[in-house]
Design a protein around this ligand. Sequence first.
Ligand code: HEM
Length: 523
Amino acid sequence: MESPTLCQPLLVPIFEVSGAWTPLIATLTPLISTRANPAIPDCDLLVRQHRTSPYLETTSLRGTTPFGNLPRRHSSPCSTPTWGWGPSVVDMTRGWPYIGETLQLYSQDPNVFFALKQKRYGEIFKTHILGCPCVMLASPEAARFVLVTHAHLFKPTYPKSKEKLIGPAALFFHQGDYHTRIRKLVQTSLSLETIRKLIPDIETTAVSSLESWASGGQVISIFQEMKKFSFNIGILTIFGHLESIYRKQLKENYCIVERGYNSFPTSIPGTAYSKALLARKRIREIISEIIYKRKKQRLMEKDLLDHLLNYKDVKGDTLTDEQIADNVIGVLFAAQDTTASVLTWILKYLYDDQKLLEPIKAEQRAIYEANEEGKKPLTWGQIRNMPVTYRMILESLRMSSIISFTFREAVVDVVYKGYLIPKGWKVMPLFRNIHHNADFFPGPHNFDPSRFEVAPKPNTFMPFGNGVHSCPGNELAKLNMLVLIHHLVTKFRWEVVASESGIQYSPFPVPMHGLPARFWRNE
Ligand code: HEM
């Protein structure tokens, strides 16, 4: 069995069943099975007791926690428990032995699942999913504690099968020195200074995508098409102007990796996962060839590949081709489905509410006319001054919260506000719950871009995460969206032809069937 997987930034289904965490789960199983014991106190009762008397709660928990992590006087380096009796293991929620609440999570919208839990248990609660104890954190302070102020006590945690496919040297699997160094390179290649130079290429890619959608009058899946758009920009960011043969080869193999990523991980030949591992190997070979050529021609680009090639650690060692490939695949993974999902939601929100579309059209039309009916290219200044469109993007990021939560693992026993989070437990800051909390975003289910006329309260808006692992591609993602929307609303129109409403998880939430639609060029 493998852990619940994350939907960020690695684009995985919400849960997966496979091999990597087997030892952990095997150790836990006998303990977990104590949950079947009818003598175990009602977890809800424990929660109530906990709120009234920490001591009572502590004693009643003793021996009843499924993992045997009995409350103890804290030894954590990070904080002082707020109660004199020592910290308590975070409140439990109900669930079957071993599988915990996995079935519930599978059988209902995960957002409803988390929201119900929060309503019932408050802002910090525990569940266990596929045998792994998880602490869920639904308050901005708790998320900040884990991701920012005490980030060193929590490491990123991913299933081994995913790590193998992306490549273990990809930055988001790491913390500490290696992570800091690689992150710096990625940040530099995605800095405002760098990405503003990409505007002409992003415009060309956006216009040619829109032209192709409108060309045959056929119904397309917006999500699938947005994926192609984001992939092409990802390639541009990493490799600059890459020969089309390499682009084609990378795309073919990347699609195979992606299919395998979302499948059952087994090395049995012929399965999607084993094909993905082979495709991954081919990607590495293609990247090695590109590196070889680049070195031979002494090409000095200012793209991510160039930065990775110039990496040197403290001893002066450079990165191997394998490490470079891991990070290239990692960035592609982090960039593609995320941007594509948000763009798909944007087109849905705008189509569903034409009143919303009008002010955006007006804003973009004014820029279009200033640019002589689009004959002149967009400037950086214009893109940085699209307040109406920008607020709509922020509201789309909040509403869709495509990265609903992230995962970390406690590297030591940690005490947070008197709760003990034992070493090895997973913690999940729940971004979506925070974004949909009426205390921070009144009327949270209404799509209202004007709420962003005032900056959100600190740490309540985290579509790109927070802290040391927060998204280095956030400015590029927003740039892509602004450019695409500009060309879309000034030159094209679209009609959603979805026969079914609803959301699918692929693995990020997107409108059903990727939002089928038709596009036309305006006369
Ligand atoms: C709308 C689009 C995007 C969203 C919503 C998004 C969201 C996120 C979030 C929430 C994280 C932090 C995950 C965590 O803390 O576990 C993250 C990390 C990351 N993102 Fe994005 N992202 C987007 C686009 C991009 C793009 C375009 C790129 C690159 C071109 C990118 C590259 C990365 C990388 C490399 C990381 C890992 C950073 C680290 O571990 O230090 N993302 N993203």
